[in-house]
Each structure stands twice: as structure tokens, then as C-alpha cells.
Design a binder for this molecule. Structure first.
Ligand code: AP5
Ligand code: MG
Length: 225
């Protein structure tokens, strides 16, 4: 499986991709999570991109493409992967094609009103990156503590309302146009999530069905050849 989970900030990419990667036993590659690790570890990449991510701007293509290429070629991606937050521009999509061709793009259609509500109350584990919400499911069992690793939960710097607006702006201008790039290749499957009270598991079930069909189709076409 070579899947892309596509959608605006706060549409649920990380929440779904982490569950799907466990369900299908494939790698979850979130460029946002990887960049936050670089920043946490104060690497040279981390120092370079910190101001960009805090302002909600995109990291330059030439920096992020090499960074992603390095991850995707590692053994843990050999059985397949789910990309979350990459590609985000046409040059990134073209660069990905030179490494490997994605087989499906799951596009999360979520209105801005839902996104703004969710991101104002999102909590993230500082240790393992697990995602929670103060108001909506999934909520942590113990306030402020990660269910998975007991790490402390925090509010991401880029979840401040003015930064969320900036990120949505970048998404509309730079990332959404990518949908046509994948639509002409017949790879896009839309998932609509218009309400705040839908449980993540319900949406995951819908995506699992899409991915199972994609796996069957890939198998059929490889059996033919
Ligand atoms: P990144 O971390 O990828 O941020 P993003 O794309 O803006 O998306 P988010 O992580 O904010 O949201 P999400 O869709 O994962 O939603 P989540 O599952 O958390 O990137 C951060 C920055 O890194 C970028 O701004 C940029 O600077 C840089 N960057 C990264 N990749 C780059 C690239 N390729 N090129 C250039 N720069 C790059 O869910 C949101 C909330 O909703 C959670 O609280 C969740 O619990 C809650 N929720 C409630 N109900 C549901 C439900 N039913 N389903 C899912 N979630 C729900
Ligand atoms: Mg995310």
C-alpha cells in the first residue's frame, strides 16, 4: 500500500493515519511529526525550519523533498506507507513520482468551521506525538496525560488561531491545487466529515474499506502481469 492521507490542517490526517498504519502494518510518515522531532532535538534541520512551522508557513520544497526521500527509502517503509502531510505542493508531488508512485489519495473534506473548533482544543503528546482533544473524542483518560506513554500533553504553537488561519491560507493556495494533479490520475477518494461529533473510529472504518479495495486492485493487476 502506498497511500496519501490528504486534507487541510486539523482534518484528522494524523489521527486516522496512526490508526491505519497499525491496522495495515505499514509505516506512517508524517512530515509534520518528523519536523517537530527535529525541532525538539535541536538538529540543524530543526533550527532551520522552526520559525517557518511556528508561523504556519511551508518549509521550502528543496529542504522537505530530500528529508522525505531519505525516510521513504528506509527498510521500515518496504511493506508500504501512509503519507500524512506530504506532498503539499506540485513540485513535491513530482519529486515523489521520481521515487515511487502513490496508489491512492484519501481526501478528507472537512469545513473550516469544524477545523477551527477542533484545533482550538487539540492536545498532542510531547513524547510520542499521540493526538487528543479537550472537547471531542478521542479525549485522554487522565487530563493532560497521554494514554499510550504517560507523556505530557501540550497545545502546539501552530494551533494559535492566527496561525491556524495562515495554515488554512497556505493550504488553499499551495496544497489544494494538488487534488487536480491526482484527480487526472484517478487516484482520489473523497471522505466527507462535516460534523464535529463524528467519532474518529467511524471515519477510520470508511477509509479501511477504501484501502482494502485498493489492495485488492493492486493484487489483481500484479497477478495479471
Ligand atoms: P502538520 O503537522 O502536517 O500539520 P497540518 O497539515 O497543518 O495538519 P495537523 O497536524 O494540524 O492536522 P491533522 O490533519 O493531522 O489533524 P489531527 O489528526 O491532529 O505540519 C505542520 C507544519 O510543518 C506545516 O505547517 C509546515 O510548516 C510544516 N510541513 C509539514 N509538512 C510539510 C511539507 N510537506 N511541506 C512543507 N512544509 C511542511 O486532528 C485534529 C484534531 O481533531 C485532534 O485534536 C483530534 O483529536 C480532533 N478530532 C475530533 N474529532 C475527530 C474525528 N472524527 N476525526 C479526526 N480527528 C478528530
Ligand atoms: Mg497532523
Amino acid at each position: 500500500m502506498k497511500a496519501i492521507i490528504f486534507g487541510p490542517p486539523g482534518s484528522g490526517k494524523g489521527t486516522y493515519a496512526s490508526r491505519l498504519s497499525r491496522a495495515f502494518g505499514v509505516a506512517h510518515i508524517s512530515t509534520g511529526d518528523l519536523l517537530r522531532d527535529e525541532i525538539k532535538n535541536k538538529t540543524s534541520m530543526g533550527r532551520e525550519v522552526e520559525s517557518c512551522t511556528t508561523r504556519g508557513e511551508l518549509v521550502p520544497d528543496d529542504r522537505i523533498i530530500g528529508f522525505l526521500a531519505n525516510r521513504i527509502s528506509q527498510p521500515y517503509c518496504a511493506k508500504g506507507f501512509i503519507l500524512d502531510g506530504f506532498p503539499r505542493t506540485i513540485p513535491q508531488a513530482e519529486a515523489l513520482e521520481t521515487i515511487t508512485s502513490p496508489s491512492v489519495v484519501v481526501n478528507l473534506c472537512v469545513p473550516d468551521t469544524v477545523i477551527i473548533e477542533r484545533l482550538s482544543t487539540r492536545l498532542t503528546c510531547r513524547n510520542c506525538g499521540a493526538i487528543y482533544n479537550k472537547r471531542f473524542q478521542p479525549r485522554p483518560k487522565v487530563e493532560g496525560i497521554c494514554d499510550v506513554c504517560n507523556g505530557n500533553l501540550y497545545k502546539r504553537d501552530d494551533d494559535e488561531p492566527e496561525v491556524v488561519r495562515e495554515r488554512l491560507d497556505f493550504y488553499r493556495k499551495m496544497t489544494e491545487p494538488l487534488l487536480s494533479y491526482y484527480e487526472v490520475r484517478d487516484l482520489v477518494k473523497n471522505i466527507s466529515c462535516k460534523k464535529t461529533n463524528v467519532r474518529a473510529e467511524t471515519v477510520v472504518e470508511q477509509i479501511v474499506k477504501i484501502l482494502n479495495v485498493e489492495i485488492m486492485n493492486t493484487k489483481k493487476s500484479s497477478d495479471k502481469h
